[in-house]
Design a protein around this ligand. Structure first.
Ligand SMILES: *[C@@H]1O[C@H](CO)[C@@H](O)[C@H](O)[C@H]1NC(C)=O
Ligand SMILES: *[C@@H]1O[C@H](CO)[C@@H](O)[C@H](O)[C@H]1NC(C)=O
Length: 170
């Protein structure tokens, strides 16, 4: 069994049951001025992954660990696209048209719910003409998971991005 967990301080109870995985925290950030979200496994891009609340490079404020992702080729890749400063993370390669810039694979997750995985909920909101997407495993953050309905902070639920490993960090 090979297991690598980079950074962060958290608990995960399922490791003994999982055959072979490489789990890494997916760090979430919100731009301190525009509020648009950015997600990466590489904490060096912004300068740190945790604690939540600090502002790092490119004016992004850490929101802590969003979930854990596979870095080995299991499940399906979560792709990162960007358009006018808004980030889109999707497993669906036909979703983003050629007005988006492709920025590569973030990590791997699952299209259907595997043992010990949870939904990564996806929401959208337009801020300053930027289409922002917000991702969380905690349905209480926005307060709803009915497609097309709008909850806390004006975010509209879009669906499950994919299934990921949860981390009780907050
Ligand atoms: C992580 O980000 C830093 C800063 O942008 C970059 O120099 C480094 O190459 C990145 N590491 C990986 C593994 O992508
Ligand atoms: C992928 O995106 C395309 C374009 O938005 C859509 O028509 C299709 O239904 C999506 N596929 C899945 C599996 O969600």
């Amino acid at each position: 069994m090979k297991l690598v967990i980079a950074g962060g301080l958290f608990f995960i109870f399922l490791l003994a049951e999982v055959k072979s995985m490489t789990l890494t925290p997916l760090y979430g950030y919100a731009h301190s001025q525009y509020g648009v979200h950015y997600y990466t496994l590489n904490a060096s891009v912004i300068g740190y992954g945790t604690p939540a609340g600090l502002v790092g490079r490119h004016s992004y404020r850490s929101e802590g660990i969003t979930c854990l992702m596979e870095t080995e080729q299991l499940g399906v890749p979560l792709h990162h696209y960007q358009k006018h400063g808004g980030n889109l993370y999707t497993t669906n390669t036909t979703e983003a048209d050629n007005s988006y810039t492709y920025l590569g694979k973030v990590g791997y997750c699952y299209r259907t719910q595997e043992t010990h995985t949870v939904p990564l909920y996806r929401y959208k909101k337009t801020v300053y003409n930027i289409l922002d997407h917000y991702y969380t495993t905690d349905a209480n953050k926005i307060g709803l998971v009915t497609p097309g309905t709008t909850g806390n902070n004006g975010y509209t639920y879009e669906g499950v991005a994919c299934f990921v490993y949860n981390v009780k960090y907050h």
